[in-house]
Design a protein around this ligand. Sequence first.
Ligand SMILES: Cc1cc2nc3c(=O)[nH]c(=O)nc-3n(C[C@H](O)[C@H](O)[C@H](O)COP(=O)(O)O)c2cc1C
Length: 194
Amino acid sequence: MEFDKVVRKRKSSNQFSGKKVSWKDVLEAIDLANQGPFAGNHNNLHFLIVEELNTIKDLANCCEQSWISNSNILIVVCSDDTHLEDLYGERGRIYSRQQAGAAIQTLLLALTDLGISSCWVGAYTDEFVKQKLKIPQHINIEAIIPVGYEKKMPGDEKKKKKELESVLYWEEWKNSRRATLFEESKEDYNPPSQ
Ligand SMILES: Cc1cc2nc3c(=O)[nH]c(=O)nc-3n(C[C@H](O)[C@H](O)[C@H](O)COP(=O)(O)O)c2cc1C
C-alpha cells in the first residue's frame, strides 16, 4: 500500500473477527518497528509476543478491557533505560520513551499494511504484567498491542483528526500565518559560492 494510504488507514480497533493472525506476519511488522531511529543508534527496545490464550485473558482482565481476549496475539513493547541513561543521563530516559513511541507507531503502520488491525493499549497495571510475563523490574512496559482482523461494525469509521492548521505554527509559537512577503525570492535564493 502507498505510504499515505497506510497512515490514513491506520485506526484503533477493538473488534476482531476471530480469524487468527499469523505470528509470522507479526514478526514481519516487528522487524520493521525495529529499524529505528534510535539515539546514538542504541536500540533499547524488546518486543514480547504472547500467544498463550490464558495469559491473554489474564492480561485482558488486568487492563479491564475484555475485548483484548478476542485477540490471538499480543505484542508487549518494552524498553530498557539503562544504557541510554548511562550515556545521556536524564535525557536518556526521555529518549527511551521517544524511541518506544516511534517504534510503536511503525509497528501499527506495518500491521495496517499487512491488513491486520490493532490498538495501542496503555491502560494496565505494570506490576501485574511484569509478574505475569516475568519481566524484570527495571524494564518499562511501553504498550500492549492486541492484533486481529477487523470485524466491521456500523459507525466505527476512522476518527476525525484535528485540522492541519490548528496544529501548525510558523517561525514562532502561536503564529499561524506563514510570511508571504518575499516568498518567491526566498525560495529562489542561492547562497553565493565562496
Ligand atoms: C498512549 C496511548 C494509550 C492508549 N491506551 C488505550 C487503551 O488502553 N485502550 C484503548 O482501547 N485504546 C487506547 N489507545 C488508543 C486511543 O484510544 C486511540 O488512538 C484514539 O482514540 C484515536 O483513535 P485512532 O487510533 O483510531 O486514530 C491508546 C493510545 C495511546 C497513544
